[in-house]
Ligand binder design. Structure first.
Ligand SMILES: [Zn+2]
Length: 161
């Protein structure tokens, strides 16, 4: 995605995705910088290995590594709430500028549409985002913002939820 601001992980030869050892969800690579930035406490002697991010809502595990001996990080090991794993508000979506799912839906309720993606895009283009150290996925949130806005349409129209 051209509007994505995330830095490319130093991929090496590690697979692009791995199955989460807790629940089998296909999990994508995440930069070690992201893991180190969001973990409350780093274990001593953390090995240099490729980490992966499990975004399944029914799984407590957030980060696991290619090296199965490497420490794993669960939800409670992180500073932030992992939006993809939360079912109760506040559900953070944009970690750089602090937008939650509620913010998006509130705007849609009052105006009928969401302008959050456009507002974030302007900030991204100006180089103001820091997804790789703030977002648990290490990636740009714009895809998640657009998904939340799509879900919001159903809420605003009163179907479901
Ligand atoms: Zn998992």
């Amino acid at each position: 995605m051209s509007d994505c601001c995330s830095v490319n992980a130093n991929s090496g030869s590690a697979p692009a995705a791995m199955a989460c050892p807790a629940n089998g969800t296909r999990s994508k690579r995440v930069d070690t910088l992201t893991v180190k930035s969001l973990a409350r406490k780093l274990p001593l002697g953390m090995p240099n290995t490729q980490y992966y991010f499990c975004d399944a809502s029914d799984c407590e595990l957030v980060y696991f590594a290619l090296d199965t001996e490497a420490p794993r990080f669960r939800r409670e090991d992180l500073f932030v709430r992992v939006g993809a794993k939360e079912t109760a508000d506040p559900i953070p979506i944009c970690y750089c500028f602090g937008f939650t799912r509620q913010d998006i839906w509130d705007e849609m309720r009052s105006t009928g549409k969401s302008t959050v993606a456009e507002r974030i895009k302007i900030e991204v283009e100006a180089g103001h985002c820091a997804c790789e150290v703030k977002n648990p996925s290490g990636k740009c949130c714009l895809g998640d913002i657009r998904r939340a806005a799509k879900d919001g349409l159903r809420v605003v129209q009163g179907n479901g939820f």
